[in-house]
Design a binder for this molecule. Structure first.
Ligand SMILES: Nc1ncnc2c1ncn2[C@@H]1O[C@H](COP(=O)(O)OP(=O)(O)OP(=O)(O)O)[C@@H](O)[C@H]1O
Length: 304
């Protein structure tokens, strides 16, 4: 459905997207995940035909001529511009008119889509007076006005409160169930967990692409969680066979090799430092652990 082959985009000397290979199958909720500046927006702009490629090839819905399939894609940009002095329904009507639908059809579809996005009770409210979460829902509603087969959303929930984010994702799931393929970029790892397939992007490159479950299963380290009320945990563990220690308040995540000696050595080091009453247990890796590891490797495997 979407296929990128060696896609590169440069801005002067900066390579924003570097030899990207990616395949997205129909029916997927595909998450392009990575920090600010990773190249996510540039990638989406190239796939949707808004920005040209420096080199490489993109095929969308079976065509390399993106113009010819543009009417089958929806796109919600990172900074969606609403008409603040128009109501919710008026904004929807403007978008519908842009797609060339007649007034009656726009009104029907607008009502249906506003109901779908839970915005119908607010149809007469000025867009300027909507909350951040509602504005994002209106952006989503606008992108749906021509019933796209593929829906691209660029960081749609940035700056949106957790409850609205959850509602937003429920809508994406419903859309996906109804047959729409979703391509969403996000800097949030909890949202990456919600995708059926994830590609991690770092410095213009895809460092891994798979289902969240497989990505976590391939994590090569053992993770231990240490709970201890001591300020000297890091120094106490300095001589232990630990790859990395990350602190989260009184919790520490110890990234270790899979070795039977690790736990006894950690316990001995804690005792030697006089740290008592601690709790040490194995925990499964999160996608964030996986991404931090892969980004640190500088972008090894690219599994399209
Ligand atoms: N039009 C442009 N001109 C010059 N540099 C650009 C342009 N667009 C993007 N870049 C640069 O390309 C890199 C990738 O940017 P991009 O916006 O694609 O990243 P991103 O992952 O979407 O991050 P963000 O969430 O911050 O938008 C960044 O270093 C950015 O500054």
């Amino acid at each position: 459905m979407i296929c990128l082959t060696n896609v590169t985009r440069r801005f002067g000397t900066l390579t924003a997207v570097d030899q990207l290979n990616l395949e997205v199958k129909a029916g997927t909720i595909f998450g392009l995940v990575g920090p600010d500046g990773a190249g996510k927006t540039t990638t989406i702009r190239m796939i949707t035909g808004i920005m040209s490629l420096t080199s490489g090839k993109i095929s969308l819905l079976g065509s390399e001529n993106i113009e010819s399939v543009k009417d089958q894609i929806g796109y919600v940009p990172q900074k969606f511009s609403l008409y603040g002095d128009l109501t919710v329904m008026e904004n929807i009507r403007v978008i519908g008119a842009l797609y060339g639908a007649d007034n009656k059809r726009v009104a029907e579809l607008g009502t249906e889509i506003l109901a779908f996005t839970n915005l119908l009770p607010f149809k007469d409210r000025l867009a300027d007076n909507l909350s951040g979460g509602m504005k994002q829902k209106l952006a989503l509603a606008a992108g749906l006005m021509h019933r796209p087969k593929i829906f691209f959303l660029d960081e749609p929930t940035t700056g949106v409160d957790p409850v609205s984010r959850r509602e937003f994702w429920q809508m994406l799931y419903r859309l996906n169930k109804e047959g729409t393929t979703i391509f969403v970029s996000t800097p949030y790892m909890d949202e990456a967990e919600l995708c059926t397939r994830v590609a991690f992007m770092s410095q213009g490159r895809i460092v891994a692409s798979d289902t969240p479950k497989n990505l976590k299963a391939a994590y090569p380290f053992r993770l231990l969680e240490l709970t201890a009320e001591s300020k000297s945990v890091k120094s106490a563990l300095a001589k232990c066979p630990i790859v990395e220690v990350n602190a989260f308040g009184d919790h520490y995540h110890l990234v270790t090799e899979h070795s039977p000696e690790t736990v006894p050595k950690v316990e001995a080091a804690l005792q030697a430092a006089g740290i008592e009453g601690y709790l040490l247990r194995d925990i499964p890796p999160t996608l964030e652990d996986v991404f931090v590891h892969l980004a640190g490797e500088g972008g090894a495997a690219c599994t399209p």
